[in-house]
Write a protein of this length. Structure first.
Length: 113
């Protein structure tokens, strides 16, 4: 599936290797704040698990993502559809001036579960 919608957004924080929080500009001076964005078609190792090996890989994925995205960064959100995933998060990908697809970059650097 290709992304259907593109929005300007301001990154607030990295939650883990596959989720961020951002304020999203819907246009016409309308913003939604503190939105959880889950990367679609990508699953990072868990950071909250009893499996110590997976937890370590999850923390490395979060650290790597944090090196790409910093609070206050202006980014583009490419969302799949105007709907949310099963946990209420927006499903999408993030584009920065240096990285056209954060998902592809994370996969290329081995941070997929």
């Amino acid at each position: 599936m290709k992304p259907s919608y593109t929005y300007k957004a301001v990154l607030k924080r990295v939650v883990d290797g596959d989720t961020v929080v951002a304020d999203i500009d819907l246009g016409f001076d309308t913003w939604i704040h503190d939105q959880y964005i889950r990367f679609f078609d990508y699953d990072a190792p868990e950071t909250r698990t009893k499996d110590l090996g997976e937890k370590e890989r999850g923390l490395k994925a979060k650290e790597f993502l944090s090196s790409l995205l910093a609070p206050g960064d202006d980014v583009l959100l490419h969302s799949m559809e105007f709907r949310r995933g099963k946990y209420g998060r927006i499903l999408g990908d993030i584009e920065t001036p240096q990285c056209p697809s954060v998902i592809s970059h994370m996969k290329e650097h081995g941070h997929e579960k």
